[in-house]
Design a protein around this ligand. Structure first.
Ligand code: SF4
Ligand code: SF4
Length: 383
């Protein structure tokens, strides 16, 4: 069965190139570009000022050796890869970014931002990490206001409550459409592949709703046609896999490839490069769109938060909707917060949902692909 690609613009399977093209188009128009490293970056504020966000998290093993000339080898590969590209001067995204917005998430990233600030203007947002505390949203709102001032001064541009409110509404629509697209993987068998979900998510993250929403609507029409035509991925009895944990992209997508090669199909990519950035809604028409933004962003369930109970609540919703047969927790080496949290995630999955659970700890190298395959095949056989 030949499946017609969904986006079909020549960039299928290479989402980074598609996003690079998107940024280049904006650069040629003279739009300012700001680099971001995290799902907590207040995208709607940035976009309401006519600034284009460029995600700088890197997923390639290539610059890691260079990074290790300065950074410790025993550090998360995402940080080493991101910084290695900067050291080598080989990241076109970083080259295009005129300034950086960063957040105090994990220790490794925080310390990398100190090094980055030596080569590019950087604003570090102090992220509250106990999200249930009453002051957390107020403090995050203050920080968003500070970053607004930073952007106004750095790029000589401005925004207004009306523009921010409009950006929130447009993102709400984008998130609704993205959730609809992900929902095609909840159909048994799934009519959308992990690669397609990733390709779409990578482009949708930096895009404004006005830019991407018409594209998403067209994709939904194509997916509806697939349903009518009886087109699906894998086999009707393929093992359905929910992958949670650290962000996955580039060389880390080896995990998705191994799952497929072992007879599984990824139905829910629960990470910041997958579904997480598109969950939830901004409250509309509150009269204080920055507070609405602060409230929604602090609900992102990253393991840097404590307690991170929202992650387990969201995981339950995903399990109920996408009906996985197994849950795999993807932990990057030396990511202590996701690694420690895996114990709770595993207990939640096995005790409350009675599903098999596997924690995978890995990096961006190919060295463990055989071992991953053996473990995942054994997991699938145990069902
Ligand atoms: S996993 Fe956490 S630190 Fe990493 S991008 Fe997501 S929210 Fe940010
Ligand atoms: S994967 Fe973990 S250690 Fe790496 S940047 Fe994200 S939160 Fe930090």
């Amino acid at each position: 069965m030949t499946i017609v690609p969904l986006m079909d613009d020549g960039y299928d399977g290479v989402p980074a190139k598609r996003v690079l093209n998107y940024l280049q188009v904006h650069k040629e128009k003279g739009d300012p570009i700001v680099g971001v490293y995290c799902a907590y970056a207040p995208m709607e504020l940035i976009q309401s000022m006519g600034i284009v966000p460029a995600s700088l998290c890197a997923f390639s093993k290539i610059p890691i050796e260079t990074a290790e000339t300065i950074l410790p080898a025993n550090l998360c590969p995402l940080i080493k890869s991101s910084y290695g590209f900067i050291l080598e001067g080989t990241c076109p995204f970083f080259a295009m970014a005129q300034a950086i917005i960063a957040e105090t998430t994990c220790d490794g990233k925080k310390k990398m931002f100190e090094l980055i600030s030596e080569v590019k203007t950087t604003f570090v947002m102090d992220l509250p990490q106990v999200p249930d505390q009453i002051e957390a949203v107020q403090n995050w709102k203050k920080m968003i206001l500070k970053v607004q001032k930073f952007l106004e001064e750095t790029f000589n541009c401005s925004t207004s409550d009306e523009k921010i409110e409009s950006a929130l509404k447009s993102s709400n629509r984008k998130n609704e459409l993205m959730q609809k697209i992900f929902a095609y993987a909840s159909i048994k068998p799934s009519v959308i592949s992990w690669q397609e979900m990733y390709d779409i998510a990578f482009l949708a993250q930096p895009s404004t709703g006005q830019e991407i929403n018409p594209v998403l609507e067209q994709l939904i029409d194509k997916l509806d046609k697939r349903v009518k035509d009886g087109i699906y991925f894998g086999k009707p009895d393929s093992v359905r896999v929910l992958v949670t944990g650290c962000p996955i992209g580039g060389d880390a997508t080896k995990i998705f490839k191994v799952i497929e090669e072992s007879g599984g199909i990824v139905v829910a990519p629960d990470s910041c490069t997958g579904m997480k950035a598109f969950m939830g809604r901004f409250d509309e028409n509150t009269g204080d769109p920055i507070a609405a933004m602060a409230d929604r962003y602090l609900k992102i369930p990253c393991s840097c938060m404590t307690p991170n109970t929202k992650r387990l609540e969201d995981l339950s919703l995903l399990i109920d909707k996408f009906k996985p047969d197994v849950v795999i927790d993807f932990v990057l080496q030396a990511c202590h917060s996701y690694n420690v949290e895996s114990y709770k995630v595993g207990n939640h999955v096995t005790n409350n949902h009675l599903l098999p659970f596997l924690k995978i700890e890995t990096d961006y190298s190919d060295g463990d692909i055989g071992q991953l395959k053996t473990r995942i095949e054994a997991l699938f056989e145990s069902i």
